[in-house]
Structure formats: C-alpha cells, structure tokens
Design a protein around this ligand. Structure first.
Ligand code: SF4
Ligand code: MG
Length: 321
C-alpha cells in the first residue's frame, strides 16, 4: 500500500472572544497536533467522544474549515498551499458524507437537481450526458432513477443517505470523509448502508476516513482506528489489534463497554468517572489524567509523547514510554 494522504501536526484553534471590542480571552484547541497517514484504499476510522475533534479533523483535511496549522499532503500536493480557485478544482478528489442526510440535502431540490449540481459546476457536460450520469449515480447507490424527480422528504432516511453518498460520488473522488454516516439511521438499515459503502469502496477504489463514536460499526468497517481525546490522537492501531488488546487506558475504557463475543472471556467494565474536561482549559500533562484509572504522578505535569510501540501501532501514554 502507498500513502494517499499525509497529515502532519494538524491544528484547529478557535479564539474565544468577549466583550464590546471582541477581545480575545482564550483559545479552544479543537484539534491540537494530529499527524497520520492514510493509505490508498483503506478505511481509517476516527473514534472518540463527542467534542474530541473528530469532525473538525475531517473537515480541516478537506479545508471546509481552515486549519490553523499543519500540512495536508494529498498525493504529493500540499493542499494548504492551493488558492481558492485551485482548491475548488481539487475538492473533486476529496468529498464528504454527512451524518444527517436530511439536513445536508436541499429540501427544495429534486434528487435530479441535487446530483446535477456538482456535475454542472465542475464539469461542462452536454445535457444528455448529465442526465445519463445522474441515472447512473442513482443506480450505483441502489436507487431507481425513476425517482429522480422526487424531493428529499419523499425518501426514507436510508434512501436519503444513499442520495448523500451519490452526491459525494458524482465527481469521482478518491477520498471520502464519512462523518457519522449511519448514526442518524435506524439500526435495521445501518448494515445495508455500511455494506453499500464497502461495495462502492471496492468498485471505485475509494479511501475512507470514517468518523464515528460507535465502536461496533467501526469494528465492522475499518482497517485501522485512531482514537482521539480532547483534540489529540491517543492511540492508532490496526482494527483487530486495537479491539483485541487496547493499550491506552482511554481506549481500554471505551472497549470495556462493548459486549464480548465469547461469554467465557470476562471483561471488566471500566467506568470513567469525571466529565470530559473543558477544551478551553484542558488539563496539563496528559489531558486524560483527570479520568485515568491508572494515572501516575508525572501524568499531571508531563505530556506523554506520541510513540510507535510496534509496527503500525502508536500510543501516547507514559505507561509505554
Ligand atoms: Fe493515564 Fe498517565 Fe497514560 Fe495519561 S499518560 S493515559 S494519565 S497513565
Ligand atoms: Mg461530530
């Protein structure tokens, strides 16, 4: 495998302003130094509690929100150096599927119009070719092109997400950020949409960044998993290894909540006490130390290094340094 995307020290900091003159009084470090490589054709999942910076990471990579710092290298192109016009063209390679397809589809547009829009703005295609492509896109995601004249509200949640996926595919991207794509769907149709995404990945050689807080879904869909806590990556590992033997105490706590397939193997449920700290004022040292069941004295003052502990496996925790 070779790298499709390399992210180095990605940061997104938001200034906090107050008062009449909008004086800056602090900063929220939504993403604070994430580095990772995404291989061609893989699915890299990003997991963590809400507010940990998963979505901000995905959106910063696509520059839907502008990163504060860091490099985004996509097949050798330094994405952050592209001008707005170059970026507009480049974005055809990198797309996003949102959590809530209903909110992300314009209710006043038919499916036909929704799917035509990217084709018309980016590609100057003759009219019959546009029609043909829309029909093809609908069929590729398992919808009948007879329904192209319908509006989003005339479809079920699962069908709307298929339309969201079709729209992401319209410009033949290589990379798709999937931001909680099945979280808003009924449990009964999640598997169908996940299966579809896997088929499409195969068919179109897609690479996914799959953002989710649902560890069962992540286990099913991903090749590797990155675990985030308060804007930072705390562990990154091949999926099976992470689920078999989580190393970081935070990952261990997340995993302990999962049902075990074999009832013989007992797993102690680790209940984290304390709330997720305020990202405006994260704890010093290891940001997890306020909730970590095995914290050591130095954890409260010395930030742990991000360290490769075995091939393809990295963790940021003093227990492994
Ligand atoms: Fe726990 Fe310390 Fe490891 Fe942080 S560095 S996860 S506080 S043991
Ligand atoms: Mg999110």
């Amino acid at each position: 495998m070779s790298a499709l995307l390399e992210i180095r020290n990605l940061k997104k900091h938001y200034p906090i302003r107050k008062g009449l003159f909008s004086k800056q009084v602090g900063v929220v470090k939504a993403v604070d130094g994430v580095s990772l490589t995404i291989e061609k054709g893989e699915t890299l999942a990003i997991v963590g509690e809400s507010g940990c910076g998963k979505s901000t990471t995905g959106r910063s990579i696509l520059r839907l929100i502008e990163p504060t710092e860091g490099d985004i290298i996509f097949e050798g192109t330094d994405v952050r150096k592209l001008s707005p016009e170059e970026m507009r063209k480049f974005r055809t390679k990198m797309q996003i599927v949102f959590q809530d397809p209903y909110a992300s589809l314009d209710p006043r547009w038919t499916v036909q119009q929704t799917l035509e829009e990217p084709l018309r703005t980016h590609e100057k295609l003759p009219e019959d070719e546009v029609k043909r492509r829309v029909a093809e896109l609908m069929e590729v995601v398992g919808l009948s092109s007879y329904h192209a004249h319908r509006y989003p509200h005339e479809f079920s949640g699962g069908q709307r997400q298929r339309i969201g996926i079709a729209r992401a595919l319209a410009l033949k991207p290589k990379f798709i950020v999937c931001d909680e794509p099945v979280s808003a769907l009924d449990v009964s149709i999640r598997a169908q949409v996940l299966n579809l995404m896997q088929e499409l990945q195969e068919q179109f050689s897609l690479t996914y960044m799959f953002i989710s807080h649902d560890l069962s879904v992540v286990k099913f869909i991903s090749d590797r998993v990155g675990v985030m806590y308060l804007g930072r990556m705390v562990e990154l590992a091949p999926t099976q290894e992470l689920y078999d033997k989580p190393l970081h105490p935070y990952t261990q706590a997340l995993m302990s909540a999962l049902p075990v397939p074999d009832p013989e193997t007992k797993r102690e449920r680790i209940i984290l006490t304390g709330d997720v700290p305020n990202p405006q004022n994260p704890p010093a040292g290891c940001a997890f130390h306020t909730r970590c069941p095995v914290a050591k004295p130095e954890c409260g003052s010395v930030p742990p290094e991000w360290k490769e502990v075995s091939p393809g496996r990295s963790v940021a925790c003093h227990l492994y340094s």
